[in-house]
Design a protein around this ligand. Sequence first.
Ligand code: PLP
Length: 397
Amino acid sequence: MKARAKGTAPRIETQAVHAGQAPEPITGAVMTPVFLTSTYAQKGPGVHTGFEYSRTQNPTRFALEANLAALEGGAGAWGLAFNAGVAASTAVLAALLEAGDHVVAGDDLYGGSYRLFDKIFRRLGVSFSYVDARDAAAVAAAIGPRTRLCWVETPTNPLLRLVDIRAVARACGARGVRLCVDNTFMTPFFQRPLDLGADLVVHSTTKYLNGHSDVVGGAVIGRDGDLRARVAFVQNSMGGSQSAFDSFLVLRGTKTLAVRMERHQQNALAVARWLESRPEVERVLYPGLRSHPQHALARRQMSGFGGMVGFVLRGKTGGSRGALARARTFLRRLRVFTCAESLGGVESLAEHPAIMTHASIPAERRRALGIGDGLVRLSVGIEHVDDLIADLEAALG
Ligand SMILES: *Cc1c(COP(=O)(O)O)cnc(C)c1O
C-alpha cells in the first residue's frame, strides 16, 4: 500500500479505502473489477490460476474479504463474505457445532439470529441457553460440559445494552468455549472485538459496512487459521458466498465507512439528547448518553457510540397504556425518517421492534426483556441534524 508510512500500520480510515485492493494488473483499473464469471479457463486439466469456480474463488469477493479482514482484525486476520448476515451466522454455527452441543447466547439478539438458533439449529440437536450477557458471571455460570460457543451482540438490538467483551472472553477462554461477537451495530470503526479477546466476529454488511441500503450481505472475520478453514469449508459446501456484484458494492461502501460513522454518531448523539429533553419520551437508550447505565463501559470498550437510538414513548395516560397507538401515530407522521426495517444506511429509518424487527420473538419473551409497545428504534442517518430533529418534533407533536 502506497499510503503506508515507514514503520506505522495504516490507520483504519486508510485501510478502509485501500486494503485488499491494488490496481488491476492488465489495464491498471484503480477500482476492483466485477468478475462476473462462474468459471475460469484451465491450461490443462487441473492447471489453473488458483481460480476454478466462483462459489469457491472470485477475485472481487476476495478483495472484499481482504478489506474486511484488515478493518476488523488487522494484519494476519482473515475474512469471508456471505450473501446475508444470517448466512454468515449459519456458517459459524455449522462450522463449530454438532448435535448434542450447547451454545450460550445473549438474551437480547437480532430477531433473525434467535430464529436461526431456535427454529433451525435446535431442531438439529443443538441446545441454547439465553442469558443476560451484561453479566459476565451469568455467561460463565451457563457454560456446561458440552458448551462449544458463546454468541453475543453488543450493543444489543434493540435495547442497546452492552456486553463487556473482555470479561466474557475471559470466562469463555477459561472453559475452552469460542466467543463470537455480532459487531454489526458498531462496525470495526468503533469497536474491535478480536482485540478484546473474541475468536470470531460476524457482521450483517447489509447495515453500516455497505451503508447504502442496496445490498444484503454478511461476513465472518477471525485470526485463527483452523477456524478459517472450518468456516471457509462451510461457505463452499453450503453455498453462502457473496456474489461478485454485491461484493463490489460492499467494497465501495467500506471506502467511506469512517466518514459515515462519524456523522452517524454525531447526529445520533444530538437526536438522543434532544429526545431526552422531551416530555412525550419516557426513556432514551443510547450508549453515548450519561444516563445510559453502562456509559462507562461504552467509553472504555468502544471508540464511539454509533448511530442507533432507542426511545420509549409515554402512553397518553403517562403509563404504558396507549403507548402502542402513540408509536403508530408517530411512525406514520415522520417525513424525513422512513418507517422501515433495517439500519445503517445513509438515510434515517425508524421502526417499531415489537411489530416489525422483533415480531419473531414470542410476546412473553419480548415483554420479559423490556421490548415494550412504546419502544421505537431509530437508525440515525447522515442528513442534516436540524432536519432530523424537526421531523421528530413534528411527529411527536
Ligand atoms: C440485520 C442483522 C443481522 C442479519 O443480517 P442480514 O444481512 O439481514 O441477513 C444480524 N445481526 C444484526 C445485529 C443485524 O442487525
